[in-house]
Design a protein around this ligand. Sequence first.
Ligand code: S3P
Length: 428
Amino acid sequence: MSECKLQPLNKPLSGEILVPGDKSISHRAVIFGSLANGITKITHFLDGEDCMRTVDAFREMGVYIDVQDTTLIIKSKGITRLVEPSQPLDFGNSGTTTRLMLGILAGLPFFTTIYGDASLSKRPMDRVVNPLRQMGAIIDGRLNGNLLPLAIRGTTIKGIDYTLPVKSAQVKSAVLLAGLFAEGKTKVTEPIPTRNHTENMLKAFGADLTIDGNTITVTNKSELTGTDVHVPGDISSAAFFLVAGAIVPGSEILLKNVGLNPSRTGIIEVLNKMGAKIQIEAEHSVSGEAFGNVRIAHGSLKGITIEGGIIPRLIDEIPVIALLATQAEGTTVIKNAEELRVKETDRITAVVDVLTTLGADITATEDGLIIKGKTSLNGGEIASYDDHRIAMMGAIASLITDSEVTIDDASCIAISYPNFFNDLESIS
Ligand code: S3P
């Protein structure tokens, strides 16, 4: 347990932050680098706990991975040379590692068992196990394979034509990755688009991939080849400072090298719609992933409704958007975000608990939140729920409370943003 006591700031934030590498892209860069033949160099990698679970999994399967701060060198002889792990793989808190690795392990010719921490052991895996079983995968575990630990006996699998029943990039990615090992074509259709980093990286590593509207098709035809990947800054990490800049009076912050892939920029649209002073500068693109600097300044905000197709494009930012909404005039309504209930914790319950303790007017609905603003926030003792994004939201809230905020355990922040408090201090 690392209890964390935070004092109100009482002054503006100012300065620049180089945002840490994107978590989703870092996981995928390790995965594709390990499946590819040759050398892959990854720069600006996120060396948080979650992504290191993916690194460790491939090391267990015989891949050479050298990690020097945020630069990784991967040397692999490709899919056919991966070896059976001699012990169960510990995926810690990482849902992305678990769900994407399931797609890979299903088609590899060996036996693996996987497990995780208390939070991961409660999260639904049937969303991935079901389509993989349709492909012929042999997977077993508690509740008919819905809960970790899971045992996977790799086997011959075949392509399927699958329409995603949940708005989940992890499920889409698991099926596409399995498609690299499957006989025939694997097609995934997503009624509502989710983050497309897997598709971008499949292309960059030379996979046989076609995209037609919302349908992605992959085959096992081509061998993947190692390549260099530069990871953009994580917009989901930048979000905490975007909100900080928007709500702390007098602030102006520049966030550098933020990933601006349109499948992730819902938070920017929300800030614009709420009337925040936000500007994008120096935009460019590397390997299909857009980057840019984002400048944010304090200003008055108004409540809005957030619903429909934008939800997957800001799903991880909703806890901190809820905090933002407490500082907006009027009502903010968030709908269609039922996926929040199955994240690292039930984030609808957690956000309502934390922000209510701090004096906000916030109500949970089945699939979202209703926040009435603008309210001044008070100090208090809050729980992180062992969820990195809840802990960081609480830390940003403490900047504008009238007295001390105590977070029961903030160590979970290392999952996605090990340098969070140093970066916060650098602009305080
Ligand atoms: C992720 C997809 C999202 C997101 C998670 C990372 C990914 O999860 O919440 O933090 O890297 O594919 P879902 O696929 O469950 O929506």
